[in-house]
Ligand binder design. Structure first.
Ligand code: HEC
Length: 116
């Protein structure tokens, strides 16, 4: 009985370690590819934002971000804003990033939006 509980605890710890690893990779990718528009804090105030006619999404906006499924975010990143009826100013990243990269970014976005 005790052993079962211990195994369960270890399994959960491993699962969350994997989720965390995804988010850490996502954070690295976000810093390279996304912050110039979405900002270092992910609040939509990157250096390019002032020059864009549609403002980048504030990824720390819990209410807005909670209204999106992981699939919505995945599609927006992979296929670009236009694919989810948003601005073409949000580029498509499928030529640069693998599905695994995009999943890592989604995991990081989920962390960003729920930090407060
Ligand atoms: C050239 C500027 C630019 C870059 C670089 C950029 N984005 Fe965006 N992004 C935007 C803009 C502008 C929007 C808002 C589109 C709209 O609301 O119509 C947006 C929207 C989004 C959305 C949709 C949010 C929603 O409301 O559903 C996601 C997700 C997103 N960006 C993720 C990323 C990720 C991840 C990266 C890096 C891989 C990235 N963006 C890089 C400009 C950019």
């Amino acid at each position: 009985m005790r052993r079962t509980a211990l195994t369960l605890v270890l399994a959960l710890a491993c699962a969350s370690a994997f989720a965390d690893e995804g988010a850490r990779n996502g954070e690295k990718l976000y810093r390279v590819y996304c912050t110039q528009c979405h900002g270092l804090q992910g609040n939509g105030k990157g250096i390019n934002a002032a020059h864009l006619s549609v403002q980048p999404r504030d990824h720390t906006d819990t209410a807005e971000m909670s209204a999106r499924t992981d699939d919505d975010l995945f599609k927006a990143i992979k296929e670009g804003g236009k694919a989810v009826n948003k601005s073409v100013l949000m580029p498509s990243w499928k030529a640069n990033l693998s599905d695994e990269d995009v999943r890592a970014l989604v995991a990081y976005l989920r962390e960003l939006c729920c930090r407060k």
